[in-house]
Design a binder for this molecule. Structure first.
Ligand code: GDP
Ligand code: MG
Length: 218
């Protein structure tokens, strides 16, 4: 198998969103996750609107297809089509800006209403490196997360701290929900698709044999 074909082999594909007020570092988080470096020339998201990466979560390969708002949040016009069929989201605020923290409830309402009631969300308190300018404590944000059934991490798109973890933890939770039957990948708008690897497993030799035995009318 060629290198490209290998790297495109995955078990699941999840649609992910990055939401939160403008200036919280959403585009930088996406860039850090995909490129493993800080995006220096961040002139308000014109550029990365979309990224994808395959990660290994407990032995399963998951392709994350991640949508960035591309600056739409500035005009409070993040569209319904942006949210539609997302399996997971990073909900981002800036730990040095209470205003961005206060906006979380509105973002959460939109995500649950416009994406799916089952969307798995991780709250990210970004700019963890600017601790001296902090306006939101870790404790109050973790309480908010608990009350709203969100996972929670403080991240830094600058240093890279907890960036990969945020995406991986969210993906892991979705996988767990698939395995427990709480999420059905085949439901319309689940934001989940099977990849080639998973399909190959579904068509395992044992199952194929059983099927041909059934088909035989003797
Ligand atoms: P967006 O509007 O949410 O997409 O935010 P951007 O990714 O464009 O970032 C907004 C500003 O915050 C830029 O000036 C970034 O350089 C800066 N920024 C983003 N993430 C971090 C971080 O983790 N730490 C620090 N110190 N600055 C950050
Ligand atoms: Mg942006």
């Amino acid at each position: 198998m060629s290198q490209t074909a290998m790297s495109e082999t995955y078990d699941f594909l999840f649609k992910f969103l990055v939401i939160g007020n403008a200036g919280t570092g959403k585009s930088c988080l996406l860039h850090q996750f995909i490129e493993k470096k800080f995006k220096e020339d961040s002139n308000h998201t014109i550029g990365v609107e979309f990224g994808s990466k395959i990660i290994n979560v407990g032995g399963k390969y998951v392709k994350l297809q991640i949508w960035d708002t591309a600056g739409q949040e500035r005009f409070r016009s993040v569209t319904r089509s942006y949210y539609r069929g997302a399996a997971g989201a990073l909900l981002v605020y800036d730990i040095t800006s209470r205003e961005t923290y206060n906006a979380l409830t509105n973002w959460l309402t939109d995500a649950r209403m416009l994406a799916s009631q089952n969307i798995v969300i991780i709250l990210c308190g970004n700019k963890k490196d600017l601790d001296a300018d902090r306006e939101v404590t870790f404790l109050e944000a973790s309480r908010f997360a608990q009350e709203n059934e969100l996972m929670f991490l403080e991240t830094s798109a600058l240093t890279g701290e907890n960036v990969e973890e945020a995406f991986v933890q969210c993906a892991r939770k979705i996988l767990n929900k698939i395995e427990s039957g709480e999420l059905d990948p085949e439901r319309m708008g689940s934001g989940i698709q099977y990849g080639d690897a998973a399909l190959r497993q579904l068509r395992s030799p044992r199952r194929a044999q059983a099927q041909s035995a059934q088909e035989c009318g003797c």
